[in-house]
Design a binder for this molecule. Structure first.
Ligand SMILES: *[C@@H]1O[C@H](CO)[C@@H](O)[C@H](O)[C@H]1NC(C)=O
Ligand SMILES: *[C@@H]1O[C@H](CO)[C@@H](O)[C@H](O)[C@H]1NC(C)=O
Ligand SMILES: *[C@@H]1O[C@H](CO)[C@@H](O)[C@H](O)[C@H]1NC(C)=O
Ligand SMILES: [Zn+2]
Length: 444
């Protein structure tokens, strides 16, 4: 899709927006492969390290699969060794909340986020009135009245509409306007409650989206048509979920399956799990199946027949420009009118921990990659130690796919040095007192 289309013009002056959503489709509820990316924000870990794979819970023995909504209540799916930031915050004496953010419903090592709202089973993710009611709750009740330190907030658009109509569609552009209005609504609410100088807001997305190629001349990927490949050799598969898939061959069939698929379609990439390019961080976890597939931009992987109808997809190689989301932040701790170099999503976690004055869990991010966007703090005593200043930080995370908002208040104060790191950046632009940045998807 073109990235120069609409953005948060009115409220964030964002001119380079991409979308992604949770997917609804015909008969069923299909989920975004990359919801797993949410945990990259909340834990700062790559997928192969946090283990929340594919947005789908599955059991290769029983063949059972749970779609995204139901996985939310499978604690062991989420609690696989990494803690989301809200649990760590609570353990360190902060008050955290989460509204609709993936992973909100789960219990992690016996602990749940104390202030939370999980969406109902059949939730209309696009209702602007509901968005506003949720913002009223987060800002008016959770921050203002209950004095929380951190809130993560998620909106399922424009991901859904992007999947359904395509990222370049008028419907998706309308939805971006709705997101734009909502960003304005968040900022107005924060102002009304006198929190503007206390809350830091981060708005970002977990992935981009690209248009699915379809029609007469498109050579669709249909695994069952690839010579030498047979589903009879497969014990368990996750295909028909967009551009990526995984296969568990039957005993003794790994090589047969691999050799048949490798080179079997010009737009299909086939890897043994351990051979996956390291940059994708998608090989080490036991939940990843032995054969991993992904398609070239615009192609989706079908099993027996072309059964996918999305016009927009994500889950492609994160080097693709179309897969990259945006990042913007505003608040007392962020420099204004700064254009920053691209960074990976995992680096948002140490940034948030820093703003909250929290000690991070082990993670894959580095504060060095993001701290250049922060206003240097001068310790009046000049000893470089922590100051006692208290202030609140609101972090709003909005996903172009979904629209995530994280809000938090922090008791922080570090003397951080003023160093802006310029990395090789691709087109970033700075606007109206905010900062924006293209981030990489942390996985595909
Ligand atoms: C899958 O199901 C089998 C058989 O019921 C069970 O032994 C195994 O623990 C399950 N695995 C997971 C990951 O739930
Ligand atoms: C993560 O899940 C896998 C299987 O689903 C399991 O074998 C492993 O023990 C889990 N790890 C942790 C730390 O929960
Ligand atoms: C949107 O949500 C509001 C508040 O929950 C509800 O009253 C309204 O009927 C919804 N609108 C639509 C079109 O579903
Ligand atoms: Zn999606």
């Amino acid at each position: 899709m073109s990235t120069q289309d609409i953005g948060f013009r009115q409220n964030l002056e964002l001119t380079n927006v991409r979308m992604h959503p949770l997917v609804f489709v015909l008969v069923m509820f299909i989920n975004c492969l990359t919801c797993i990316l949410y945990l990259c924000f909340s834990s700062g870990r790559y997928i192969e390290n946090h283990g929340v794979i594919h947005n789908i819970w599955f059991n290769t023995t029983t063949q059972e699969k749970k779609q995204y909504y139901m996985t939310q209540f499978v604690d062991s799916y989420w609690d696989n060794g990494s803690l989301p930031i809200w649990i760590t915050a609570q353990r360190q004496g902060l008050k955290a909340g989460s509204l609709h953010f993936p992973g909100t419903a789960a219990t992690y090592r016996k602990e749940i986020v104390r202030v939370r709202q999980v969406e109902p089973r059949f939730f209309d993710h696009s209702n602007e009135t509901d968005w506003q009611l949720n913002i009223d709750k987060v800002v008016g009740e959770w921050f203002h009245q209950q004095d929380l330190d951190f809130v993560s907030l998620y909106f399922g658009e424009p991901d859904l509409v992007g999947h359904k109509y395509g990222p370049d569609s008028p419907e998706r552009k309308e939805m971006v306007k709705q997101v734009d209005r909502t960003v304005g609504y968040i900022r107005d609410k924060i102002q009304q409650h006198g929190l503007t100088d206390k809350l830091n807001i981060i708005i970002t997305a977990d992935h981009g989206m690209t248009t699915v190629k379809r029609g007469g001349t498109v050579n669709e990927i249909i695994l069952s048509k690839i010579p030498g490949f047979s589903f009879r050799d497969i014990k368990f598969h996750l295909v028909d979920y967009g551009p990526s898939g995984m296969l568990l061959p039957k005993e003794g069939k790994l090589e047969t399956v691999y050799q048949a698929l490798k080179g079997g379609h010009p737009h299909l990439h086939v890897y043994k799990k351990e051979e996956m390019p390291a940059r994708l961080h998608y090989s080490k976890h036991p939940r990843l199946l032995p054969i991993i597939l992904f398609a070239d931009p615009g192609y989706v992987i079908n099993g027996f027949l072309p059964v996918q109808f999305h016009k927009g997809e994500h889950g492609f190689d994160n080097e693709e420009m179309d897969m990259k989301p945006f990042f913007r932040a505003v608040g007392p701790d962020f420099k204004k009118n700064l254009v920053f170099a691209p960074f990976e999503t995992v680096h948002v976690y140490p940034l948030m921990c820093h703003l909250l004055g929290m000690k991070p869990e082990i993670n894959d991010g580095h504060l060095d990659d993001t701290k250049g966007m922060l206003v240097p703090k001068i310790n009046p005593e000049g000893d470089g130690n922590e100051m006692d200043t208290q202030f609140q930080v609101v972090i709003g995370l909005s996903a172009m796919a979904g629209f995530l908002v994280l809000v938090f208040i922090a008791t922080i104060s570090n003397a951080w040095c003023k160093r802006s790191r310029a990395q090789n950046s691709s087109k970033l632009e700075l606007t109206a007192g905010e900062e924006r940045k293209d981030m990489k998807q942390t996985s595909f």
